[in-house]
Design a protein around this ligand. Structure first.
Ligand SMILES: Nc1nc2c(c(=O)[nH]1)N[C@H]1C(S)=C(S)[C@@H](COP(=O)(O)O)O[C@H]1N2
Ligand SMILES: [Mo]
Length: 327
């Protein structure tokens, strides 16, 4: 049975080797793993395959609705339509659960019960938050943001969450704090994406910001999307959203946040600093070493694989908010 036959007609045709995955390939690290990663992307189904697969995917998106959330007037829309939830929910990067875009099923293994986020380091009020505490403590709002992956595809997504600066206020960083490190969930028995077998990759996934970047009004913690709790494939129960930077800066499924006085090592930057710089601001004028960043494939509506080629904007269109950080 071929991949083509079990792929539902509404699914985005999968780029089996994504630009980020090519990295591994080029370094000849994928030996014996390409087949594992492609097999891992197949959904073993019997009977009426098409509807079973679609039903399973839709079930992963039917998370509890987040009550009482208003859309931020300032971030209620952009110049492009919101991407359909069913497309955003099946076209993901989450290497802990596989090296292809099709990780949504495998990501359901992420254990999100009793989730805690430890906030520590150079702060006056270190605290370990329960995810429910966080959602109660910080008023939640919806923000429609552009999303631009370094691989040159993009979406528009309606996140639900709170500005990162609210957390900064709560933990009160010391004056020595200059950087912040964010660490994703990792458990080698659960996050068994194909890349795990390389062993020496810099797991867990980590990202970092300058504290001024984190304090910018746009920097956001998302606990939901499309009005509901985050589906696991999007990084439940809490992930970073930094809309003026490439998508890899937005670590998923955060368990730890540390205030530091030095720039932290981060996942992609450790793998290849030349291809994935720490700052990673969206910049159409600065090509990736292996492809142009001048345009992007904007994914908004289905069915099937469809995208519009759009020009990529400096800072992903958010220059008025963030350019002064880099003056
Ligand atoms: N922990 C973790 N966070 C991650 C990633 C990952 O592999 N692991 N991939 C990043 C990349 S490259 C992108 S483009 C976005 C994708 O987010 P989405 O799947 O919700 O669209 O998540 C980012 N956060
Ligand atoms: Mo990405």
């Amino acid at each position: 049975m071929s991949l083509i036959r079990i792929r539902p007609s509404w699914a985005i045709s999968e780029n089996k080797i994504t630009p980020e995955t090519v990295y591994f390939n080029r370094r000849r690290l994928l030996k014996g793993m390409i087949s594992a990663s492609i097999a891992g992307s197949l959904i073993p189904l019997s009977g009426c395959q098409k509807s079973a697969s679609q039903t399973a995917l839709e079930a992963t998106l039917q998370q509890p609705k987040i009550p009482g959330v208003k859309t931020s007037p300032e971030f209620s829309q952009v110049d492009r339509p919101i991407t359909k939830a069913i497309l955003a929910g099946q076209y993901n990067n989450f290497y802990e659960f596989g090296g292809t875009k099709k990780i949504w099923l495998n990501a359901q293994n992420l254990p999100t019960e009793n989730w805690k986020v430890e906030v520590t380091g150079l702060v006056n009020n270190p605290k370990t938050y329960d995810i429910d505490d966080l959602k109660k403590k910080f008023p939640l709002e919806e923000r429609v943001y552009r999303f631009r992956c370094v691989e040159a595809w993009s979406m528009v997504l309606p996140w639900v969450g709170f500005p990162m600066k609210k957390l900064i206020e709560a933990v009160d960083p010391k004056s020595e704090a200059k950087y912040v490190r964010f660490t994703s969930f990792y458990d080698k028995d659960i996050t068994t994406g194909p890349a795990f077998h390389l062993g020496y990759l810099p797991w867990p996934y980590k990202e970092g910001l300058r504290i001024e970047e984190m304090a910018n009004d746009l920097a956001f913690f998302a606990v939901g999307i499309y009005g509901h709790d985050l589906p696991k494939q999007h990084g439940a129960p809490i992930r970073m959203v930094i809309p003026w930077k490439y998508g890899f800066k937005g670590a998923k499924s955060i368990v730890k946040i540390e205030f530091l006085n030095e720039q932290p090592a981060t996942y992609w930057n450790t793998i290849d600093p030349n291809e994935y710089d720490f700052e990673a601001n969206v910049n159409p004028a600065k090509p990736h070493p292996r492809w142009s960043q001048a345009t992007e494939k904007f994914i908004s509506t289905g069915p099937g694989l469809s995208w519009d080629i759009k020009e990529t904007l400096p800072y992903n269109g958010y220059g008025e908010y963030v350019a002064s950080l880099y003056a």
